[in-house]
Design a protein around this ligand. Sequence first.
Ligand SMILES: [Zn+2]
Length: 361
Amino acid sequence: MKLLTRYLNKAILACQLLFSQLQKLLAITHLYNHKKLEAHKVTIYYIIIIIQTFQEVFLIFNKTGQVKEIFFVAGLAWSPVYVVAAEEPVLFEAGFHCAGRLYEEDIRDFLNGRNPKTLFLTHVHWDHCGSTAYLKKCFPGLKVAASRISAEIIRRPNAQNLMKRLSQDVIPLVGQVHGVDKEKLIRDSFEPFEIDIIVDGGQTLNIGGGLTLQVIATPGHTRDMLSYYIPEKRVLFATESAGVLDQADQIIPEFLVDYDLYIASLKELKKLDIDVLCQGHHFVFVGDDVKRFFDRSLEAAKKFRDDVQDLLISEGGSIERVVHRIKARQYDTNRGVKQSEKSYLLNLTARVTHLARKLQN
Ligand SMILES: [Zn+2]
């Protein structure tokens, strides 16, 4: 039903857009009929309008490849590496450990043999930094940038062990994704790595060709969470700071450590002028869909908090029961590509526990 509503919404938007584009076509035809525009110019205008329409109708991008201009999604849409082919090519996020080769092949292709200079990590969860060590080996000179807290977390043996376990669990699931060549998946254990460059919220870096990169501290999902913004291209790498639209058209609010900080970060990001929004998994939003996504994401976070509050009352305060109830409606009904049950439960339990504590105070 939700999927149907989503496609219906898209169809309505597409109709509105087609209507406005049709008006432009009629205005041009009118000018031509009154001999105010030559035939060859009319043809050029027609082609521009058709290309624009095509780009706008397909606003949500959920595959790998070029999104627009110098901006690409590499490897695996489920947990991608984002590539900006700037004068100094840069990468954002490092996805799953097992998908290293898939990222590498796409990065080489998108950058035409140039080496990426810096890999910017938003945070060091296993599914967002998994291929860091592999990519460093593939691209000599590649430096890894992340927050100070990320650099500390990645050195902890218990964090590394959890990353190893979760990275291993996901391999069979990635092998089932349509179009993924199982032979290319890396089956060795997740490899830890060092952070080379510490970055912090408020910093602006130069990535060449007149492009800058703003680092924004967006805690809430995790304490180390950073977002990255290229104002000249209006591209935002928010990943899990903004919530995640999953394959079943549900937005999963991602406040693992602090609900209020998560909402504050989301509201800060929403204020930016954004044309391309990269979430952590599955989809990239372009154009008008960005604002709609932020509105939906804020609404989803508030609804989740209210639901947990109600469920905690009806389940007599049992976090385990509340987790079970939410999983049944959110995870078990999702027939699309999704994270392993273990990983989902870790994430959900963290959110419910946090809210339960918060509501007690
Ligand atoms: Zn995460």
